[in-house]
Design a protein around this ligand. Structure first.
Ligand code: F6P
Length: 340
């Protein structure tokens, strides 16, 4: 079952799980559209040709931001689905929301194993989630592309990057793409610090710049903070951060206060699309193979994880205990790159 935002590498997990099931004499059945499939008993056969399929983005099982815990009788509904299909274990491929549900089901004796996916890389207990590397590559390529226009027109381009409340994608793509200002929610630079970095470039006769900003970055001491805006929430209580348009807001402020020509670009879902990078193909394959081994050994309530170069299992409850934010050491490196 694949659930939450689609992420490059989901199909590679399914393929590896399919292969490992053949190795260990198990059968693999897909459930459609995340937890919806388990509540409503919507199954999908995994086609044998998945073995030879090119690694494509998205998920052949479909996904949804559907929270089964909001459904009355969700436990009995899921138990019935498992019984009807002779299921011994659910493999839940998802991020913190999906794995939070997985942990709640595990507490109610539903056999379940988690596989960590998310472009945001914000899950504790794994060094990397699959999908992150692809999203960073996409964002880095976009930064590289935008430099042509920024240089030719002597503009400042502010690039808005996904990642929810963790600045990992912004930090890594900002460093990889050699952005001049990196703005993340964990360590938000103030407006005067941003202006100082830009002025310094202009004084050095570089009359263009790229600023990368996380979608959840807030300008410190900005009394008109966008985050107070009332917005509809999804089933897990999240607002659509993209709609806060922080890149546009920063571009407008720079134009107003410094008079430079500015533009803003929101990369949005381009970061979730396309085929997975080689790193993500390998990681998702390793996770898929290992998840079935864990199921085979009845190690329920666990999640596959990457620690250093090893694939290990960790407890689901530990994995969801808190979000993984950018640490001070990583931020210090970004500051060194920005020369502050
Ligand atoms: O969690 C992955 C993610 O892409 C976030 O980076 C982003 O804020 C969110 O999902 C967008 O969600 P949706 O596709 O539901 O708009």
């Amino acid at each position: 079952m694949t659930s939450g935002g689609d992420t490059p590498g989901m199909n590679s997990v399914i393929r590896a799980a399919f292969i490992q099931c053949q190795n260990l004499n198990h059968e693999l059945i897909g459930f459609k559209h995340g937890w919806k499939g388990l509540i409503n008993n919507i199954t999908q056969e995994i086609p044998i040709d998945i073995i030879d399929q090119k690694d494509q983005g998205g998920t052949l099982l479909g996904s949804a931001r559907f929270n089964p815990l909001n459904i009355t009788d969700h436990m009995s509904k899921i138990k019935n689905t498992l019984e009807n299909n002779n299921i011994d274990c659910i493999i839940a491929i998802g991020g913190d929301d999906t794995l939070g549900v997985a942990n709640a089901l595990h507490q109610n004796n539903i056999p379940i194993i988690g596989v960590p996916k998310t472009i945001d890389n914000d899950l504790e207990s794994t060094d990397y989630t699959f999908g992150f590397n692809t999203a960073v590559t996409t964002a880095t390529n976009a930064i590289d592309q935008l430099k042509s226009t920024a240089k030719s027109h002597e503009r400042i381009i502010v690039v808005q990057i996904m990642g929810r409340y963790s600045g990992w994608i912004t930090l890594h793509s900002g460093i990889a793409g050699n952005a001049h200002v990196i703005l993340i929610p964990e360590y938000p630079l103030k407006l005067n610090e941003i202006y100082h970095l830009i002025q310094r470039r202009y004084n050095d006769k570089n009359k263009w710049a790229i600023i990368v900003v996380s979608e959840a970055y807030e300008i410190p001491d900005d009394e008109k903070s966008n985050h107070n805006i009332t917005q509809e929430k999804d089933e897990y209580g999240h607002i659509q951060l993209e709609k806060l348009e922080i890149a546009k807001k920063i571009a407008t402020k720079i134009k107003q206060d410094l008079g430079f020509d500015t533009r803003s670009v929101t990369l949005g879902h381009t970061q979730r699309g396309g085929s997975p990078s080689s790193f993500d193909r390998v990681l998702s394959t390793q996770f898929g193979l290992f998840a079935i081994k864990l199921a085979h050994e009845s190690k329920f309530g666990t999640m596959t994880s990457l620690k250093g170069s090893k694939i290990i299992s960790v407890k689901l409850k530990d994995a969801i205990s808190k979000l993984k934010k950018v640490d001070l050491e990583s931020w210090a490196q970004a500051k060194e790159i920005m020369m502050i």
